[in-house]
Design a protein around this ligand. Structure first.
Ligand code: NAP
Length: 309
């Protein structure tokens, strides 16, 4: 069976199954990468204010010549903007040079209090992040719902939200998040979160599908073996894994050849999918992005069993 090219969000809109990631894509390189990707057939770009390159992403979109309405653009509310979602979104819209987003995500369920140490990553005098633990994430979500109703973003969602955090949000939401973007790959398959999101109609998006900088998961012998068996690269296996499981995948590259090959998705057999799904349980479990916010975000694998501290 041919793998799907798009998935349906709970808003009814279609989202391309593969999107170009832009984290750590340097300002000098990202405009070219985005323009190249769009000319090469991508129609989905994953951006964020904290990546510090949204105006170059916008430049790349303009340079591509692809009409705005043909592109699915995602961006993310940064942690310092939780009390002011509208302002956070406005900064992103101006940088990307667009009137609306297709998807706006709360980047982390973490509010940072701005201070003079840094505009985006403020710290306390003792060096810890200036996290406001008393902030109610429902406050942020209710503002996101206003953004959705205003049409400034055609869908809204979250990123880095664990089951206990979604349970909390669920108590007050009137709009169900369309998406939960999380670290996802065979070393971190997040089976429990996947099942929970499936039940609620929240589409998962896989970030760091290759293991982030340097694509370390590609060199894993089990992944290489499945790649050899299928006659494709390890990157194609890691990307196809998600699409075959109904998950959006966001490989990042600024290298033209890789950008082109990363959009190739193959159909994987049940046996290959089961093997990939079981790698973490067979001793390879590993989270590659663990930002030090200083507290438990409720992921089962993170600081022990899923719970809220
Ligand atoms: N919501 C969040 O908190 C969050 C967190 C992390 C990431 N994300 C999103 O997810 C995207 C992807 O995650 P990521 O950037 O962490 O990592 P990734 O996509 O897993 O890996 C990117 C790395 O793999 C290399 N690469 C890409 N394609 C390759 C290929 N075919 N062969 C060999 N190497 C290849 C890239 O190098 P070159 O660029 O040099 O080619 C880069 O070093 C991000 O860019 C961002 O948009 C979101």
């Amino acid at each position: 069976m041919t793998p799907p090219t798009h998935f349906k969000l709970n808003t009814g809109a279609l989202i391309p199954a593969v999107g170009l990631g832009t984290w750590k894509s340097e300002p000098g390189a990202v405009a070219k990468a985005v323009a190249y990707a769009l000319k090469d057939g991508y129609r989905h770009i994953d951006a964020a204010l904290i990546y510090g390159n949204e105006s170059e992403v916008g430049q790349g979109i303009r340079d591509s010549g692809v009409p705005r309405e043909e592109i699915f653009i995602t961006s993310k509310l940064w942690n310092t903007d939780h009390p002011n979602v509208k302002e956070g979104l406005q900064k992103t819209l101006e940088a990307l040079d667009t009137d609306y987003l297709d998807l706006y995500l709360i980047h982390w369920p973490v509010r940072l209090v701005p201070n003079q140490t840094s505009a985006l990553l403020p710290v306390n005098p003792d060096g810890t992040r200036s996290v406001d633990r008393s902030w109610d994430q429902n406050e942020t979500w209710l503002q996101m719902e206003e953004i959705y109703r205003s049409g400034k973003s055609k869908a809204i969602g979250v990123a880095n939200w664990s089951v206990p955090y979604l349970e909390e949000l669920r108590k007050k939401w009137t709009v169900v998040p369309a998406v939960n973007q999380v670290e996802l790959h065979p070393f971190l398959p997040q089976h429990e979160l996947r099942e929970f999101c499936d039940k609620l109609g929240i589409l998962l998006e896989a970030y760091s599908p290759l293991g982030s900088t340097g694509a370390p998961i590609m060199s894993d012998p089990d992944i290489q073996q499945i790649a050899e068996k299928n006659g494709v690269s390890a990157a194609t296996i890691l990307i196809s894994y998600h699409v075959n499981k109904g998950v959006v995948v966001l490989p990042k590259s600024v290298t033209e050849k890789r950008i082109s090959s990363n959009k190739e998705v193959i159909s994987l057999s049940k046996e290959d999918l089961a093997a990939l799904d079981g790698l973490a349980a067979r001793g390879k479990a590993k989270r590659l992005n663990t930002p030090l916010w200083g507290f438990d975000l409720g992921f089962a694998d993170w600081y022990g069993p899923a719970k809220l501290q």
